[in-house]
Write a protein that binds this ligand. Structure first.
Ligand code: NAD
Length: 241
């Protein structure tokens, strides 16, 4: 049985990934920071479908905590085959409203969080010739107005993905990322109907995305069906870009 650690998996895209990997026969390590109850609910869903899952607490901004989470994967699963760096936060506001504290917190969670998880998990991933899949965003590719910190953090995730893919090629570890467009999750709850309608209007497939749309792409990148992919940015955006 292969092991996958998914950060920020108590809800949204991370939870959809956890459920899909569980269905696909992976032992799933459901990382959460504060949402313990929701993380255990995700685990219960996986278990009641016949799978194996463990909730593992760690704030991705804390390298020591992430190392502990990786140790738990080793303890319960014997190693790690796939790391999905999904945990993230958003800040919507003008650049002037982006205080140094907000800037630091977005970069620390969305970019340093990915660094921490890769840094902690790499020895295990090298053992299994594993896969890293990072969750970036369309805004990381072309930048979003009033999302400077978020766009910068997600562009950083793309840069990290590409650099690591080159460095880790010989060790057999692949590093890819997905760049989702507008996905229906709590992160987007603040947008009003008109804004969402405008996004749908600009999307060739004429709808918003679902967490499952992204999870399918992540699972595929982690699977044996994508053996020759590394350093890829896969847009999951209904053609928005
Ligand atoms: P969400 O807010 O529902 O989920 C984010 C998850 O990350 C939550 O479970 C949250 O608890 C967790 N998290 C936040 N900070 C954390 C920390 N320090 N340590 C551990 N976990 C932490 O949003 P979502 O839409 O499911 O977002 C998942 C990922 O997808 C994020 O990286 C987000 O930036 C990215 N994304 C989302 C969209 C979208 O339209 N929803 C589009 C592109 C990219």
């Amino acid at each position: 049985m292969k092991n996958v650690l998914i950060t920020g998996a108590s809800r949204g895209i991370g939870a959809a990934c956890a459920l899909l990997f569980g269905k696909a026969g992976y032992r799933v390590f459901v990382n959460y920071n504060k949402s313990e109850k929701q993380a255990y609910e995700v685990c219960e869903k996986i278990k009641s479908a016949g799978g194996e899952a463990y909730a593992v607490q760690a704030d991705v901004t804390d390298l020591t905590a992430v190392r502990r989470a990786v140790s738990l994967c080793k303890y319960h699963g014997g190693g790690l085959d796939v790391l999905v760096n999904n945990a993230g936060i958003d800040f919507y506001g003008t650049f002037e409203e982006t205080t140094p504290e907000i800037w630091d917190s977005v970069i620390k969670t969305n970019l340093t969080g990915v660094y921490n998880a890769v840094y902690a998990a790499l020895p295990e991933l090298k053992e299994t010739r594993g896969k890293i899949i990072n969750v970036s965003s369309v805004w990381g590719v072309f930048g979003g107005s009033c999302e400077a910190a978020y766009s910068a953090s997600k562009a950083g995730v793309i840069g990290l993905t590409k650099a690591l893919s080159k460095e880790l090629g010989l060790s057999g570890v692949t590093v890819n990322c997905v760049a989702p467009g507008y996905i229906d999750t709590e992160m987007n709850a603040r947008f009003d109907e008109k804004t969402v309608a405008d996004i749908i209007d600009r999307t060739p497939l004429s709808r918003t995305g679902t967490p499952e749309d992204v999870a399918e792409a992540v699972l595929w990148l982690a699977s044996d069906k994508a053996p020759f992919f590394t350093g890829t940015v896969l847009n999951v955006d209904g053609g928005f870009m």
